[in-house]
Design a protein around this ligand. Structure first.
Ligand SMILES: [Zn+2]
Length: 89
């Protein structure tokens, strides 16, 4: 048996070993979507369109315009948003 042949066989065995390890890991990868469940309601973050801060939805200051809700970090941002809309109109 030539040294080259031994190296090739070792590489082949290594490839088989890697395939075997990959097969055993696959179920773990499939479980991942279950861990990425939608966040709980209290974790839902909304972006303030004025200062672009992310605020928990329940703590946000809401401005309801028809069917659209805008969420703000503070009343200051809500008033700034209203004033900006007033300028455009
Ligand atoms: Zn803000």
């Amino acid at each position: 048996m030539s040294p080259l042949r031994i190296v090739i066989e070792l590489l082949f065995l290594y490839a088989l070993y890697r395939l075997f390890i990959a097969d055993r890991r696959r179920p773990t990868v499939r479980e991942r979507p279950a861990q990425q469940r939608p966040p709980a309601y209290h974790d839902e973050l909304v972006e303030d369109p004025v200062c672009h801060a992310y605020v928990p939805k329940r703590q946000a200051v809401v401005l309801q315009q028809g069917e659209v809700s805008h969420y703000f970090c503070s009343e200051h941002c809500r008033e700034a948003f209203r004033a900006h809309q007033g300028e455009k109109a």
